[in-house]
Design a protein around this ligand. Structure first.
Ligand SMILES: Nc1ncnc2c1ncn2[C@@H]1O[C@H](COP(=O)(O)OP(=O)(O)OP(=O)(O)O)[C@@H](O)[C@H]1O
Ligand SMILES: [Mg+2]
Length: 364
């Protein structure tokens, strides 16, 4: 059985708890101030198990599920798994499943704007509820994780929530409102910029090649005077910062953070559009109305395929293709064979070569 320390931390801000609320994945971590002073990179990152693959990840998917009464039910991989189950039982119609909703704040114009978010079926809920319930879940997960090692009260914790640098002030304020609604004390909360947090972390990493006294190449943290650029390519946004390390070890921002809404979910949208062109409007409509879990799975299969792409990977990628989709296509078009298709015209009028291999679709 796990041994739990029994000391009570009394001094303020002895622990910093951080939530990375991402477009596709979210995670949380904490670090003790005492340990930070000795090793600033030492932190405890919560891990999550995806019930679909049984794999462990340092983030969970940013999905939230509410029941018919609009009460919080699940978050993350667990929400995805539960919603897929509901779809397979055809019981999902009155539930509310939100995914990739962070980007709705990208275009928010005013702090008081009441925003509604549409779920998978076009049913809406207030954005503030969706964000605050997500933060409440992440906060509680982190507290449970912290309480595995120490007993600590909320008053002793400094909270950090990261947001994209390119967000407007109203969007950042909205995030603070959501955190307050999730019962995070505003006085104990810092809203930090994602690429700045990354840039500060990079400063401590041994990333610069140097030749030591014995003519050996060693890796060191950036020395004063070093300038570096951090590009955080996420699911929603790509954020770019440039910093210089100063003599006293602090870092100076060289240019204002920049970037755009060019994240990985844009690639997902293109893939789903391509898939719909491959199977045609009638098959898409039939699946949407009768077996929506198939498109849900197809989206997840594409996400899994992306994860195995490495910088030196072959330019072709293999994506699992649910066999049932080809079956439905044949039922609707008895004279055609979907698997015989070799070219699909994308919305940008590009010819995309496709090849069916077993249960995989090979794209080039
Ligand atoms: N090997 C890969 N090639 C291309 N895209 C990838 C690869 N691995 C993961 N991705 C994509 O990266 C995105 C996830 O990145 P990350 O976890 O940094 O985003 P996020 O923090 O959720 O988003 P953001 O910070 O923009 O809000 C997903 O869209 C995922 O599909
Ligand atoms: Mg991110």
């Amino acid at each position: 059985m796990k041994q739990r320390s029994t000391f009570k931390i009394k001094m303020p801000h002895l622990l910093v708890a951080a939530i990375d609320f991402g477009t596709t994945y979210s995670g949380c971590a904490f670090s003790f101030y005492d340990e930070f002073k000795k090793d600033p990179t030492k932190s405890f990152v919560k891990n999550w198990i995806d019930p679909n693959s049984s794999m462990m990840y340092c983030k969970t998917s940013t999905c939230i599920l509410f029941n018919e009464e609009k009460e919080f039910n699940e978050f993350g991989f667990a929400a995805e798994a539960k919603y897929l189950d509901l779809m397979l039982e055809n019981d999902h119609h009155n539930w509310y499943f939100f995914r990739r909703f962070k980007m709705v704040l990208y275009e928010i114009q005013s702090e008081d704007q009441e925003i509604l978010i549409e779920d998978e079926h076009g049913n809406t809920m207030p954005a503030l509820t969706v964000f605050s319930e997500s933060l409440r879940y992440l906060k509680q997960s982190l507290l449970d994780y912290v309480n595995d090692s120490v007993i600590i009260s909320m008053d002793d914790i400094k909270w950090v929530i990261t947001v994209p640098a390119i967000w407007s002030d109203p969007a950042k304020t909205f995030m603070r409102r959501a955190a307050i609604q999730a019962e995070i004390d505003s006085d104990m909360l810092t809203i930090a910029l994602e690429p700045e947090a990354a840039a500060l972390f990079v400063k401590y990493l041994p990333v610069e090649r140097k030749v030591d006294g014995n003519d050996k190449e060693v890796l060191q943290a950036f020395a004063p005077g070093s300038k570096y650029i951090v590009v955080d390519a996420g699911g929603g946004t790509v954020d770019i910062t440039a910093h210089e390390v100063l003599e006293d070890g602090h870092v100076k921002e060289l240019i204002k953070s920049t970037g755009g809404s060019w994240g990985g979910t844009k690639v997902d949208e293109e893939y789903m559009d391509f898939l719909k062109r491959l199977i045609g409007d009638d098959t898409t409509k039939y699946i949407d109305e009768n077996l929506p879990s198939l498109l849900f799975e197809a989206r997840r299969d594409f996400e899994n395929a992306k994860h195995i792409i490495k910088p030196n990977s072959d330019k072709k990628i293999n994506v699992r293709f649910p066999a049932k989709i080809a079956e439905i296509y044949t039922t609707l078009h008895p004279d055609k064979d979907l698997r015989a298709k070799d070219i699909v015209l994308t919305k940008n009028k590009k010819q995309m070569a496709v090849l069916f291999k077993g249960d995989k679709l090979r794209l080039a």
